[in-house]
Design a protein around this ligand. Structure first.
Ligand code: WTA
Length: 708
């Protein structure tokens, strides 16, 4: 014990309280193959010179020029009501026109969307730009008939089906602000968002396939309407798409006068054309809800002109989308990734975007690779969680299928270098570039990424800042944490970029206080330089300028005054061959404040043994240091996960701390919680590790750990 304390003291004195301890190996570089560079949209490093600070903000006209405008802007960036930035002021455009109509002249018969149903017995459906145009117009006619007009809000609670982008583009055509809620969220969660946005119309679907089951989704609409009503928001109409038109797949009855089948409504508007409305660039396009530190979700409001220009530009240069590509982003349109990089970015560029209804490992872990082979997908986009899962359940699967990606993306979480390398070698087959794109719901598009035809990739780092984005890492006292210092702090963006959200719907004070107040010294200033955007992520910058994102700043474990990034710990554990997934949580400790407990699950074919535990411990000690040595390593059958696949660290943290696991109804696998609790707590009781009663602040930390 004395030894441990000495170690703690030694290391504590090295870094200030404000800094997150960062310890990791430097990784090697992976340059793009010449075949990729030869065809890349950005292959000349001189492109960076067009986006340097002296050319800001006008540099972004290169992105706006990718769009078709009814009226060009007068002012590129208006900062007069800081930090409520306005891009392309005076400009007028329509997002639906840009993603649909304008492509009819050049390639009406090209697939805009290819829908892949989950059941493999159902053929995929290619929807050409011409067909998309027809469907968007007809649905816009339906919305118009309901009396919806520019500025109204509409909520979608739709699964991954082509009707969702059709509905989004129809709303955008009229200037109706859409708010899509992830289908995996409960009806009640959708109801809160309906109420917050003040929507009177809900668009849903009767059912959809998930892991082989045709789920009754309509039942959630009834719950949503009820939950919204409790908050004083009445829903007048529920529009129900049918998974199989003409045939109702849900058991829940339709409510007379309120619920209507969309296919019935569409029949009355066959072939109808609704001209796109010319809207202000600064008008809102959509709301995307994300969770925050309070219970009330934040409706991030994105603009038409700024957002669309930014996703078009980043899709072109970072996703390297060409019109002839077949692009598949396996994210869900219910998240910002799907909005920006399934729908708006790819369609603005006139490419073919694949929509897959189901889970990646249904019926087996070869499914994504069969889809890729069948459709000739050449750009593939997914999350580290999905990569980890596919690596866990089907490490050999990619090799069995003849598909070839030129480009792959990872997004949403830090990716462990071990996992990155599996993706590169096995999915990319050593011939595809990888971009690790760092950004957020709030930011609309990528903030940090390599330019794939120019910069080498470095596993575990997102790369340099995106074009025209100037980040800085600040400590708690507003001091800059320099590149190459080995220290970490809060990553901020010094300047506005076109994709940045405009406000939190209905909560402008919260917008300012959450994202801008922390480092602003003069609330009256209208100079953007006084308003660094606080991203809420810990990061460090290597000497080469590459950023490494450590996760949310509230997702760290403070061990004896050291804040350890959970991802650092997990990355170390994942270097152990047998380990498939890892999650680190804090446990309240009387001597050191917090200690780390590590939960790991193993790849198939391995059983929990003391040897594996020892290997994990050694890996952490070797990669990070004794300070991070976990108090316990629990080898569990599975991690509790949300429907979107993120590990619910607060549930594990509660288990380790003997506190209430809270609401687990949003988990994909709630049954695993009790199993883990029994496994962990019986050992802890036997070892005499039952903690004292926690204080209120400790309880708060544990119950919200990792959930922002
Ligand atoms: C994390 C998803 C590391 C980060 C687009 C951020 C990442 C949060 C990366 C936003 C990445 C996103 N590397 N961490 N490449 N991308 N994150 O709003 O903590 O769902 O703040 O947006 O995900 O999550 P959100």
């Amino acid at each position: 014990m004395a030894d441990d304390l000495d170690d703690v003291t030694d290391e504590s004195s090295e870094s200030s309280e404000a800094l997150i301890a960062v310890h990791w190996r430097e990784e090697g570089y992976y340059p793009p193959p010449p075949s990729f560079v030869a065809q890349a949209n950005a292959s000349d490093p001189a492109i960076r010179e067009q986006f340097t600070e002296d050319k800001y903000p006008d540099c972004f006209t290169a992105y706006a020029d990718l769009l078709t405008w009814y009226k060009k802007w007068d002012t590129v960036l208006d900062t007069s009501n800081a930090p409520f930035w306005k891009w392309w002021v005076g400009g007028e455009l329509n997002a639906s026109y840009n993603c649909v109509d304008r492509h009819l002249a050049t390639h009406p018969n090209k697939a805009a969307l290819i829908f892949v149903p989950e059941p493999e017995s159902e053929a995929h459906q290619a929807i050409t730009y011409r067909e998309l145009y027809v469907r968007v117009n007809e649905f816009a006619a339906v919305l118009k008939e309901l009396g919806l007009k520019a500025g109204d809000r509409i909520t979608f609670h739709m699964p991954m089906v082509p009707e969702l982008p059709v509905a989004m583009l129809a709303a955008a055509r009229l200037g109706v602000i859409h708010s899509q809620v992830f289908a995996g969220f409960s009806g009640t969660a959708a109801g809160h968002r309906i109420a917050d946005s003040g929507s009177t119309v809900l668009v849903t679907m009767d059912g959809y396939y998930r892991s082989g089951e045709l789920l009754d989704h309509k039942v959630k609409a009834d719950e949503a309407v009820e939950a919204a009503a409790k908050e004083g928001q009445q829903v007048d109409k529920v529009l129900v798409f049918r998974r199989y038109p003409g045939q109702y797949s849900a058991k829940t009855p339709m409510v007379e006068g309120r619920d209507v089948f969309v296919d019935d409504l569409l029949a009355a508007h066959k072939g109808e054309i609704v001209e796109p409305t010319a809207l202000k660039a600064t008008d809102p396009l959509f709301l995307m809800y994300t969770s925050g530190t309070t219970g009330r979700p934040k409706g991030c409001q994105h603009s038409i002109g700024g957002y669309l220009s930014y996703v078009a530009g980043t899709s072109k240069y970072y996703q390297d989308i060409h019109p002839d590509d077949t692009y598949w982003c396996m994210a869900d349109i219910g998240w910002i990734t799907g909005h920006s990089y399934i729908v708006y970015g790819p369609l603005a560029l006139g490419t073919t975007s694949v929509i897959y209804e189901g889970t990646p490992n249904y019926p087996d872990a070869g499914r994504p690779w069969r889809i890729a082979r069948q459709l000739g997908v050449n750009i593939f986009h997914t999350s580290p969680t999905a990569i980890r899962m596919l690596r866990k359940v089907g490490p050999e699967e990619p090799a069995k299928y003849d598909f070839h990606f030129k480009h792959m993306t990872t997004v949403g979480e830090p990716i462990e270098p071990e996992v990155w390398r599996w993706y590169y070698d096995n999915v990319g087959k050593d011939e595809a570039v990888i971009v690790d794109t760092w950004w957020q719901t709030e930011t609309g598009g990528f903030l940090g990424s390599t330019l794939p035809g120019i910069d080498p990739a470095k596993p575990g780092s997102c790369g340099p800042a995106a074009l025209g984005v100037y980040p800085v890492i600040l400590d708690e006292d507003s001091n800059e944490v320099p590149a190459g210092s080995g220290k970490a702090g809060n990553i901020c963006i010094r300047n506005p970029w076109p994709g940045v959200f405009q406000t939190i719907w209905g909560q402008p004070e919260r917008f300012v206080s959450t994202y801008y107040a922390k480092y602003n010294k003069d609330p009256k200033s209208t100079d953007w330089r006084d308003w660094p955007y606080f991203a809420g992520d810990g990061a460090t910058q290597a000497a080469d300028g590459y950023f490494r994102i450590l996760g949310r700043v509230d997702d760290v474990i403070n061990v004896a005054g050291h804040r350890l990034g959970t991802k650092e710990l997990e990355s170390a554990a994942l270097t152990v061959n047998e380990v498939a997934e890892a999650a680190a949580v804090p446990v309240v400790d009387d001597v050191r404040g917090r200690v780390v407990e590590m939960y790991v699950s193993l790849k198939p074919g391995f059983d929990a043994t003391p040897e594996i535990e020892a290997k994990v411990k050694t890996a952490i000690e070797t990669d990070i240091g004794k300070i991070a040595r976990p108090k316990n390593i629990w080898i569990v059958p599975d991690m509790p996960k949300t429907r979107s696949g993120k590990i619910m660290r607060r549930v594990i943290a509660a288990t380790s701390n003997f506190t209430d696991t809270g609401d687990i109804t949003t988990l994909a696998n709630p049954e695993v919680v009790e199993k883990i609790r029994h496994q962990v707590q019986s050992v802890k009781v036997a070892k005499g590790e039952v903690p004292r009663e926690l204080s209120e602040t400790e309880l708060h930390e544990i119950s919200s750990f990792g959930s922002e």
